[in-house]
Ligand binder design. Structure first.
Ligand code: UDP
Ligand code: MG
Length: 309
């Protein structure tokens, strides 16, 4: 194949990874070279303020299989990946972190799975080298997302992923902002598989995810998959309203039968009922908002697997 149409495109998001770039490119190149498939590396600079881009340029001067995409500022890991997807030339698209937590040597294993016929292959980190504070939330989030998507990925946070090109092309057409690849891929309903991969500590530099950003990301992920929390509002509203109504009915009944006036009871009944009505109306508004949200995602209405004729 010519240099312009490699078999494999590797997309690497880079945000201030100066000390890691040299070893990354060297190990990645060696791993891809030995796998015997033609390739390109797409380094997506996500607004780095250190010397990352300069070092990338030095490599680029020696090897044109390295392409550099520079974003105008820091957009985040997921937008950086999608910027890469929009520019890949290969038929197989891989993603990997720049900090060498995912050993590049594992890539050929995943690529082979695509060649076996899978559409999406995700790593499953063995003996993950992160702090407990990172692993525990992952555990909960993985369990939650597995329930929500029914795709059964055990490690959605693993950055080592390989896609058939059609999959990234499809994903690139979607039109919404919080895109979490395993969730989107699960939605597509393509053939997926997991491969056990090794994991290392960050080679140098510090993680770009603090506690707040992790929390934000997790929240984003869940709300991008499901609008169930919105429906919960309406449900609570109904409980309040019914509770208030029942209490009110009791107060009236006691007033008629026994002649007692229960002032406290009346006040609580009215409060509960009104709060319930509020929540129900809010739930209704939320329902419309969630529909708008689904529409703007611009996902196809259906995806045909194949037509047998
Ligand atoms: N990254 C990025 N933009 C960001 C944050 C991170 O491109 O805003 C890149 C980062 O350079 C690395 C990858 O995403 O290649 C994963 O980031 P990091 O290693 O900090 O995440 P962690 O391993 O701590 O989850
Ligand atoms: Mg990392």
């Amino acid at each position: 194949m010519s240099e312009n149409t490699p078999v494999v495109s590797v997309v690497v998001p880079i945000f201030n990874e100066e000390p890691n770039i040299r070893p990354l490119i060297e190990r990645l190149t060696a791993a891809l070279e030995s796998s015997g498939r033609s390739y390109e590396i797409l380094a997506v600079d996500d607004g780095s303020s250190d010397r990352s881009v300069e070092i990338l340029r030095e490599f680029r001067a020696r090897d044109s299989r390295l392409r550099i995409i520079r974003l105008s500022r820091n957009f985040g890991q997921s937008p950086a990946l999608f910027a890469g997807f929009a520019n890949v030339r290969g038929q197989i698209v891989a993603t990997i972190d720049a900090d060498l937590q995912n050993p590049p040597e594992e890539l050929p294993k995943l690529i082979a799975k695509i060649e076996e016929g899978y559409d999406f292959v995700i790593g499953w980190r063995q003996r993950r080298q992160d702090s407990v504070l990172r692993k525990l939330p992952s555990l909960l989030l993985n369990a939650l997302v597995r329930r929500l998507t029914k795709a059964g990925f055990r490690d959605i946070g693993c950055s080592l992923k390989v896609f058939r090109r059609e999959v990234t092309d499809r994903l690139a057409q979607f039109n919404h902002r919080s895109r979490y690849l395993p969730a989107e891929v699960a939605w597509l309903g393509v053939r997926t598989c997991e491969v056990e991969v090794a994991h290392s500590e960050r080679a140098a530099g510090t993680s770009k995810y603090g506690v707040l950003r992790l929390f934000r990301t997790a929240f984003d992920l869940v709300t991008s998959i499901t609008s169930a929390p919105l429906q919960f509002i309406g449900l609570v509203g109904w409980l309040f309203a019914i509770g208030g109504f029942a209490l009110g009915a009791r107060v009236v009944y006691i007033r008629i039968v026994d002649g007692d006036i229960n002032q406290m009871g009346s006040v609580i009944a009215v409060l509960l009922f009104l709060q319930g009505v509020h929540l129900i109306s809010m739930g209704l508004i939320c329902e419309y908002i969630s529909r708008i949200y689904i529409e703007v995602q611009n996902r196809p209405y259906y995806i045909i697997k194949d037509i047998i004729e």
